[in-house]
Design a protein around this ligand. Structure first.
Ligand code: ZN
Length: 345
């Protein structure tokens, strides 16, 4: 089992480094720097695979995650259709009701958000995902199984410098009492608010800076969920054909029907954060910004992504070293102006 540990650089960004990748990093840089996976593009070290059922289509599906070269991004390959490629990009968003689906030239990949959320949060920039059907398997309904796969695969670091998408000014999308905004920040941070009229849910909120360790601990285990009184309508829409109590939390009027109960008191809010990150991953570059989501769903998440990506004045592409250098010069400027050091960061 790979050992994982938390590392910090200048208090700017934090990261997990797999100890199994030490050899790779040593071959890249001398002396080895602990922040190498933040500075350079990554992929998985070795192939890993999983098998399960699609949540909505109910089909059996196998996926295999493979290393991919720098600048590839995450690309799905439909092995049942001559390895037809569909990049995990906002340009290919097809459907956004209850799950995010990608489509290119009529070929679909459904329910991409959980797997993409894990790639994004665990710092994997490039990978091929071979898939032999039209929907990513739901597994236990959370990101945990995919986190385990990435840990099993290990991380390989390339020589190409990673480019971050740094938000320059606020962007907001809102409609019908739902709202999502992104603010400039030198970290990737989330604030999620949800409200469901249920005695176990109600109003829930979480705020966090997304690092691989915090994600694996606080967000990845949160499962997808539904309400018993909505099942019939969803089935009538051709959805949730693969849902079971092993792959989703089911709320009834009083509580949850899953015998093991909830994994967190605020599991729905944490799962919404997981979904949100999976949709932000369609940007295709690691994000530096503070996202504030209030009752937003897939449609609003992907609308925010499209809004950002269609206006290049809203962002700049920067390297990790550029962000670090700016932080250092800002600290120096504050110090020379006589500001207390604690306020300079
Ligand atoms: Zn989800």
């Amino acid at each position: 089992m790979t050992q994982w540990r938390m590392l910090t650089c200048c208090g700017i960004i934090t990261c997990l480094v797999s100890s199994s990748s030490l050899e790779d990093r040593a071959s890249l840089e001398s002396p080895v720097r602990f922040d190498t996976p933040l500075r350079f593009e990554t992929t998985v070290q070795r192939p890993v695979e999983a098998e399960g059922i699609g949540l909505h289509h109910g089909v059996n599906v196998k996926i295999r995650i493979l290393p991919a070269p720098p600048m590839t991004g995450i690309v799905f390959l439909r092995t049942d259709l001559d390895r037809f490629p569909i990049a995990a990009s906002w340009r290919h968003v097809a459907r956004v009701s209850y799950a995010t689906s990608l489509m290119r030239q009529g070929v679909l990949i459904s329910t991409t958000e959980h797997l993409l959320s894990v790639f994004y949060s665990m710092g994997i920039d490039n990978a091929y995902v071979e898939i032999d059907n039209l929907e990513v398997p739901i597994l236990d309904g959370s990101g945990d199984p995919f986190v385990s796969l990435i840990q099993q695969a290990g991380i390989r670091v390339y020589r190409r410098r990673k480019r971050y998408l740094h938000i320059r000014r606020e962007v907001t999308v809102e409609a019908q009492g739902k709202r999502i905004s992104i603010l400039p920040s030198d970290t990737f941070a989330l604030s999620c608010h949800v409200y469901f009229d249920h005695p176990l849910v109600g109003h829930q909120r979480m705020d966090m800076e997304v690092t691989p360790e915090a994600y694996a601990r606080e967000i990845a285990p949160a499962r997808t969920f539904g309400f018993a009184w909505e099942l019939e309508a969803m089935r009538d829409m051709g959805l949730i054909r693969g849902a079971t109590l092993e792959s989703a939390v089911l709320f009834d009027r009083e509580g949850v029907q899953n015998p093991e109960g909830l994994r967190f008191r605020d599991e729905p809010c944490r799962h919404k954060a997981l979904d949100l990150i999976g949709d932000l991953a369609l940007i295709g570059k690691p994000l530096l910004g503070h996202v504030i989501a209030e009752r937003a769903g897939h449609a609003m998440h992907t609308a925010l992504v499209a809004r950002i990506m269609s206006d290049p004045s809203l962002y700049e592409l920067v390297t990790y070293d550029q962000i670090g250098a700016r932080a250092v010069s800002s600290m120096a400027a504050s110090a020379s102006a006589g500001a207390p050091a604690a306020m300079a960061v």
